[in-house]
Design a protein around this ligand. Sequence first.
Ligand code: SF4
Ligand code: SF4
Length: 171
Amino acid sequence: MNVKVVRRPRRGWLEQIYLWEVVLGLGVTFRHFFINLGRHILSLAGRPGQPGAVTIQYPEQPPVLGVRARMRHRLLGRADGSPRCTACLLCETICPANCIRITAEESPDVTVEKRARTFSIDLGMCVFCGHCVEACPVDAIHMDADQVELSAVSRSGMIWDITALRRDKVK
Ligand code: SF4
Ligand code: SF4
């Protein structure tokens, strides 16, 4: 077996007194501060009334989310409108936050063994890891509902049932 020995790097006295490292850290902070300040001044001078280059005026100005951003879950359906989920429980099993609850029932479709009778996700506990999407063998669950504002006034309000999860994309 090959063992790779990694030697602890020796620190000089300048690093051990930490003052030089503090100066370097402040240098990074001030560099970002002045770069952002310059961007704001240029943006405001060039386009009066327009926001600065970095700050987003949320909620008036919604943020542009990346195409791979994980948003609210969405349960996909078949061509006939029935949920695609076959209640295999893989997503419930793999969920690290233990926030998916599914009960199964027999499907009237002879080509499908089971379907979900109830399916809920507690979005107050979800850590948006995306494991449920990765685990699904029939591509029945996506995290692309274009909805990231998911607050509620009660804990129970954060539990989304199958009807709510069947809602399509917001946009
Ligand atoms: S995104 Fe992660 S934590 Fe949230 S429901 Fe899916 S598996 Fe669970
Ligand atoms: S992994 Fe997919 S098919 Fe299985 S229970 Fe979850 S959503 Fe349904």
